[in-house]
Design a protein around this ligand. Structure first.
Ligand code: SAM
Length: 235
């Protein structure tokens, strides 16, 4: 079973975010917040296409060389786990084998690293929207109520259920719904590939708080069975 002791920096691409969260053209025109975006290239690529994305992650408290070293340390660990548990993944046109997984992920993370460094010299838009990469951690974010239209969280909540625990999940989801009109989380699986035990509890908690909550199938499946996202909206 695929396992990791701690939460690792490991990043996906814009195209993967688009499919994991079933992002439409309308969604891409909205003000988006990526929670726990880490070294994903979503912000870099989306910004290049004219989207407005803020990413928050405690990783952004560190400089490029520190993050690069952490990615290098993570690389061997994740690839070794993927090799051992290859049957838990859907290998196909996008990523055919473990070697290609390594290349695709490293390319996305390289795009992030270059953009992260460049963003520190950026002035355009910063006065209006703030920096694109913010050193901040769930479950307490430094953003105003409703500052964003859409908050996304990929491969952090639910995936690290054991490490984060029940209270953290409840508080983090409520916080995402405080700062954004809509929140989406992908996947609903834990690291081992089974559905997180916190999904139903979070769903009930948010419904009882008056949110419109749905579990939706998305056009993305890399971990076998990982093809659903949680969508939470104010009715
Ligand atoms: C596996 S990476 C996922 C990165 C990206 N979202 C993706 O799917 O490609 C998990 C990220 O969660 C971040 N993280 C850890 N604790 C966090 C917290 N309390 N709030 C937000 N992000 C956190 C880590 O720094 C790491 O970058």
């Amino acid at each position: 079973m695929f396992t990791l002791d701690s939460i690792v920096p490991w990043g996906r691409s814009f195209d993967e975010y688009r499919r994991m969260f079933a992002l439409t053209e309308d969604d891409l025109g909205r003000r988006m917040l990526g929670c726990g975006d880490g070294p994903a290239s979503f912000n870099a690529e989306a910004t290049r296409q004219g989207c407005r994305v803020t990413s928050c992650d405690p990783l952004y408290g560190f400089d490029r060389s520190h993050i690069e070293a952490r990615i290098r340390a993570t690389y061997d660990q994740v690839l070794a786990q993927a090799r051992l548990n290859a049957h838990e993944f859907v290998w196909g046109a996008g990523i055919r084998d473990v070697e290609e997984l390594g290349r695709v992920r490293m390319a996305a993370m390289q795009t992030f690293l270059d953009d992260y460094e460049a963003s520190q010299r950026e002035t355009r838009g910063v006065d209006l929207y703030g920096p694109r990469y913010v050193d901040a951690s769930l479950p307490t974010l430094p953003f105003d109520h409703g500052a964003f239209d859409l908050a996304l969280c990929s491969h952090f909540l639910f995936l690290y259920s054991t490490q984060l625990g029940e209270e953290f999940h409840l508080a983090a989801l409520r916080e995402m719904c405080r700062v954004a009109a809509e929140a989406r989380v992908f996947p609903l699986l834990e690291l081992g590939g089974t559905r997180s035990p916190f999904v139903d509890m979070c769903l009930n908690d948010l419904r009882s708080a008056g949110f419109d909550v749905a579990i939706e199938r998305v056009p993305y499946e890399f971990r076998r069975g990982g093809n659903e996202m949680l969508r939470v909206r104010l009715p």
